[in-house]
Write a protein that binds this ligand. Structure first.
Ligand code: MOS
Length: 739
């Protein structure tokens, strides 16, 4: 099904199943431990050996020599593979540096060998016996230092062509110089880790030259292709299975060393091999969200209308990497005729930078939305009003291009009312509750919308059961459930008559889970396939497709009513179809919006910050399953609190690695840190996104949260912190006098 004109009324609009807060259909499997994650296919692969990866102990340089003798002789060892044994390997499209290094080393903890043994303990023990002599070279590990000479670059655009070096519109310098009110501030955000619960994990099994991998993965088809490229085998020879994934946040959009080394180890050992990356290894071996240094300049007239706007950012990456898209939201978020957006990319020899939930916007909004708060204060305008004054329904740089839906102002108005924003004291450091300094903060949430083609296979049997198959993944997001809801709604069935099977490359290629596109694009693919099934059913039953109504497990036409399953009496009906997108997303901007509200208490004595309550109001198209969507948003809000107050990979600038590489040192929020969260979804449908009229919320929920927390802390204390995370040492000596 080609989607190139806005959707009219269609079966999804019945909202009998879609739009209802629905429990996860995979919930019981997960809560009873029956859902199998990548490392757990014991019955299917009963004889798997264990792989343990040896990572580089230097960040930059090369391997002088490797001595495997002692490790090979260790008990239980079946095989050891280094770059020498592996021979020539390719590199996947989505990997910046090689997943098996040697002799050159690109970063600390880059994989250089895998030891395969009968047990995990034997593999680990033998891995410690691999003797490596390194020739260390000088590396660059300091972002601030690197940015002094880093070139301005737009990096690669989504179309694979170089993006413009910078974005300019009007005359920023002139307008900024002339602006009566202005701000020029710098902000930093640190390196962060996705810190998902399930580590990268794989089992690899060869059958001749055919490879099957069970791999914790968000994007089955991308990763199947990249694994084939890396191993130098045809894509058709690779099957990738990923039906349950314990979180990804971008870390599993691509293949990593676990699956490549499991495949190489399995080949060498002549046995299936399983590998899970240990957390302390994972955090330097796999990509992370890169640190940023940002400068924002805003000029306004006296009434608060933005006349000049500049956002510059600097990030770092290994050779071949890309600048983070930190200024993405700044193109579109606020009005203002004279703009400059610029990115710099410093060469760093730290582990590879790559996507983590809302890559670019997450960091960009952490800075921009503090700047907006600061500017509002200069103007003596309420920060919500300042944002509303500068809201726009058109692209500020291309006024002829509109947003398909943009209810940012509505999000703020409703949120302000619900949250009790009028209780906020605009003068910081004035509100107290016992020992707590109380503050409220707000910030805009904004994230673009992306369409991705998506297919599904649908089977109808004589019992009237519909089975959906797609290589879509469910990374904790609820894909199983919204796919089932979509098929149930379209076929006129209750939810329990639909079976959903996901995450297998033998199924049709779906949108996958990334960029918050999975919900809308993935379900649109299911819808398209179901509409095709409806045609076939009508045909088999001798009905006119246009007149046939699919209701309550029946197909009705004129005065006839036939059980849906009757269409499959002569044999199951199996069809495959999907959604392809035209250029509606080029004709207009499709995006998701929201407003975050946070109340914090800062301990007047210790400087410790505690979040007291949070509210997000989101406008993101049709909400397919309000329960699952709420879970996405509260999870994202929690992640945002982590980003604001705790999360930071500490860089060792001498040796080039992240020091706090486990969950003891890299802190993320726990339940006790998050007392009260509320989410409101505006009743929105966007007919331009797909027949589902939906968008996505998984990344929107994170966008802006950090700044809302930062602004609340400022409102509580009167101390402005522009360097995340906002830990107590950054304001303790400047807090208001206690007595
Ligand atoms: Mo997302 S960072 O595209 O999983």
């Amino acid at each position: 099904m080609k989607f190139d004109t806005p959707a009219g009324t269609n079966p999804i609009d019945q909202l009998k199943v879609i739009g209802k807060p629905t429990d996860r259909i995979d919930g019981p499997l997960k809560t009873t431990g029956a859902a199998k994650y990548a490392y757990e296919w014991h019955e299917e692969v009963p004889n798997a050996a264990y792989g343990y990866i040896v990572g580089s102990a230097i960040a930059k340089g090369r391997i002088g020599s490797i001595d495997l003798d002692e490790a090979k002789a260790a008990s239980g060892v079946l095989a050891i593979v280094t770059a020498k044994e592996a021979g020539k390997l390719g590199k996947g499209k989505f990997n910046t540096v090689k997943l098996l290094a040697g002799p050159d080393i690109d970063h600390y903890a880059q994989a250089i060998a895998v030891v395969v043994a009968e047990t995990f303990e034997q593999a680990r023990a033998a891995a410690a016996m691999v003797r490596i002599d390194y020739v260390r070279a000088k590396g660059s590990f300091d972002l601030a230092e690197g940015l002094k000479t880093a070139p301005i670059t737009g990096g690669m655009g989504d179309d694979g062509k170089p993006a413009p070096k910078e974005d300019r519109y009007g005359d920023f310098e002139g307008a900024y110089a002339a602006a009566p009110v202005k701000l020029d501030e710098r902000y930093t955000t640190p390196d962060q880790s996705q810190a998902m619960i399930e580590p990268h994990a794989s089992i690899a099994a060869w059958d001749g030259d055919k490879l099957t991998v069970w791999n914790a993965n968000q994007m089955v088809d991308w990763s199947r292709a990249d694994l084939a490229t890396t191993l130098g085998i045809p894509k058709d020879n690779v099957r990738l299975i990923s039906p349950y994934v314990g979180g990804g946040f971008g870390s599993k959009l691509w293949i990593r060393a676990d699956v490549v080394m499991a495949a190489l180890g399995a080949k060498a050992a002549g046995r299936p091999v399983k590998i899970a990356l240990p957390r302390p290894f994972l955090m330097n071996n796999t990509p992370h969200r890169p640190a940023t240094a940002q400068r924002i300049r805003i000029g306004t007239d006296q009434a608060g209308k933005i006349t000049a706007f500049a956002h510059e950012s600097g990030t770092g990456d290994v050779a071949g990497g890309q600048p983070e898209t930190v200024t993405a939201q700044s193109k579109l978020l606020y009005a203002g005729e004279n703009r400059l957006l610029q990115r710099r990319l410093a060469h760093l020899d730290l582990p590879e930078s790559n996507a983590m939930r809302a890559p670019g916007e997450a960091q960009g909004l952490m800075a921009l939305e503090i700047a907006m708060d600061e500017m509002a204060e200069k103007l003596k305008i309420d920060p919500i009003e300042f944002r509303i004054i500068n809201d726009t329904q058109v692209d500020p740089m291309k006024p002829e291009k509109r947003f398909s839906q943009r209810q940012l102002t509505e999000c703020f108005r409703i949120g302000a009312e619900k949250f009790g924003w009028s209780q906020r004291n605009a003068s910081p450091g004035q509100m107290r509750d016992g020992r707590w300094l109380i503050g409220m903060g707000t910030a805009t949430a904004f994230r673009g919308h992306i369409n991705t083609p998506s297919k599904a296979r649908i089977r109808l049997d004589a019992k009237g059961i519909v089975t959906v198959e797609s290589d879509m993944t469910d990374i904790g997001t609820g894909s199983y459930t919204i796919f089932a809801q979509t098929a149930a709604e379209t076929m006129g069935l209750p939810l329990d008559k639909v079976i959903v099977k996901l995450g297998d490359s033998t199924f049709p290629v779906s949108a996958g889970s990334g960029g918050q596109w999975g919900a809308n694009s993935g379900t649109a693919g299911v819808y398209a396939a179901c509409m095709k099934l409806r045609e076939l059913v009508a045909e088999r039953l001798g009905l006119n497709t246009a007149d046939a109504a699919f209701v309550d497990g029946k197909v009705r036409s004129a005065n006839r009513s036939i059980a849906l399953g009757d269409a499959a009496k002569g044999g199951d009906i199996v069809i495959e179809d999907g959604i392809e997108f035209g250029d509606l997303d080029k004709q207009m901007h499709q995006a998701t919006f929201g407003a975050h509200f946070v109340e914090v208490g800062v301990d007047a004595y210790t400087g410790v910050t505690r979040v007291r309550r949070m509210l997000a109001v989101c406008a993101a198209g049709r909400i397919l399953n309000p329960k699952a969507a709420r879970s996405q948003v509260i999870g994202a809000m929690t992640m945002g609190v982590g980003g604001a107050l705790m999360e930071e990979l500490a860089v060792d600038r001498r040796f080039g690695f992240f020091v706090n590489h486990d969950l003891a040192g890299y802190e993320v929020p726990v339940h006790a840190d998050i007392p009260h969260q509320e989410v409101i979804f505006l009743d929105e449908v966007d007919a331009t996104t797909s027949p589902m009229k939906a968008k996505g919320v998984g990344e929107l929920g994170l966008c802006g949260v950090g700044a809302a927390v930062a602004n609340a802390v400022y409102n509580a204390t009167g101390v402005r912190i522009r360097d995340y995370p906002i830990t107590l040492d950054k304001h303790l000596d400047r807090l208001p006098a206690i007595a």
